[in-house]
Design a protein around this ligand. Structure first.
Ligand code: PEP
Ligand code: MG
Length: 316
């Protein structure tokens, strides 16, 4: 049995397991929030919007066009509130909508979605949200509502960022509906496009509180390997030196500016990657609910190793 003791400390079978690196959890469906919170995780490093949006059962843009904007806000607020309440006061980072066109197309009312040759390189993430501002406004209004109810632990995370102006424009839209980045909510970006890693300093200067590595996409785009292509799946490796170099660079720059770093890609559930990230100085690791305990143990052991190595060195 795992019971939360707060502040990065969890009691496993009576023995306290304390980690300096926070261990968080990824949540895809609000219905799973209680179970995810019971892992004792230090927060939600990724709350996906896709399930909440898909569960309205109709293409969200059509939904809005039919005059059901307020209903969409309510539905989103219900989902966000469920997770924020289960984890309060632990932080919950809500990632704005990031469904590719081929997924939207499968929804009722999705027949107008464009046919893209390569949806993973296409109209998705923040670049799509900035073209469909009403949808993004509905997300921000839902967060505002939940925050005003007292769930001040909600943060906003922007996916697929590649340009500083995307951060700026998203902030303007948040402010236009009365949601104040940095004041009402923590404000962060995902690092999943190599360009974002390479210009991280410019993105930080736009004003961000945290970054989270979306290694599923960062690996795909860095190595030019379609993450859904089985034929080349054996070449897909989140620990490829090129991916790690980008991560190392981002952590270094973020430390300089006091920006929090995290990971929410699948690699965060892999002990091998967790050890590497701890040594690179990441602030938190967000894992799948069933991997939280293993990652916490792995991180605790690795941190202990680092301390012992430092102690031995000092004694020498
Ligand atoms: C990622 O890219 O690592 C990520 C968490 O986002 P998604 O898998 O939804 O693209
Ligand atoms: Mg991604």
């Amino acid at each position: 049995p795992v019971a939360a003791a707060g502040g990065g400390q969890v009691v496993v079978a009576g023995a306290p397991l304390i980690t300096a690196t926070k261990i968080k959890v990824n949540v895809s469906m609000p219905e799973m929030a209680e179970k995810a919170a019971a892992t004792g995780a230090d927060g939600v490093g990724l709350l996906r919007a896709e399930h909440m949006i898909l569960s309205i059962g109709e293409h969200p843009v059509k939904f809005i066009k039919e005059g059901k904007f307020d209903e969409l806000v309510e539905k989103l607020a219900d989902g966000i509130r469920t997770v924020a309440a289960a984890f309060y006061p632990r932080p919950v980072w809500y990632r704005t909508l990031d469904a590719p066109t081929n997924e939207f197309k499968e929804m009722p009312g999705g027949e107008d979605e464009p046919d893209e040759r390569n949806p993973m390189l296409g109209w998705r993430g923040i670049r799509r949200s900035l073209d469909q501002v009403e949808l993004l406004k509905a997300e921000f209004l839902a967060i505002k509502k939940v925050v005003e109810e007292g769930y001040t632990n909600v943060g906003v995370m922007l996916p697929l960022v590649g340009h500083p102006e995307q951060v700026r424009k998203a902030k303007e839209i948040a402010l236009s509906v009365g949601l104040r980045p940095h004041k009402d909510v923590e404000w962060g970006i995902m690092v999943e496009v190599p360009a974002a890693a390479l210009i991280i300093e410019d993105l930080i200067k736009e004003g961000i509180d945290f970054v989270s590595f979306g290694t599923n996409d960062l690996t795909q785009y860095t190595l030019a390997i379609d993450r859904d292509n089985d034929r080349i799946a054996h070449l897909y490796d989140e620990t490829h030196p090129a991916v790690l170099k980008l991560i190392e660079h981002v952590i270094k720059v973020c430390k300089k500016y006091g920006v929090e770093t995290s990971i929410c890609g699948q690699a965060g559930s892999d002990p091998k990657m967790a050890k590497i990230l701890v040594r690179l100085g990441i602030d938190s690791i967000s894992a799948n609910p069933d991997a939280v305990e293993l990652i916490r143990k792995t991180v605790a052991q690795e941190e202990q190793k680092i301390l012992l190595e430092a102690a031995r060195k000092a004694l020498e």
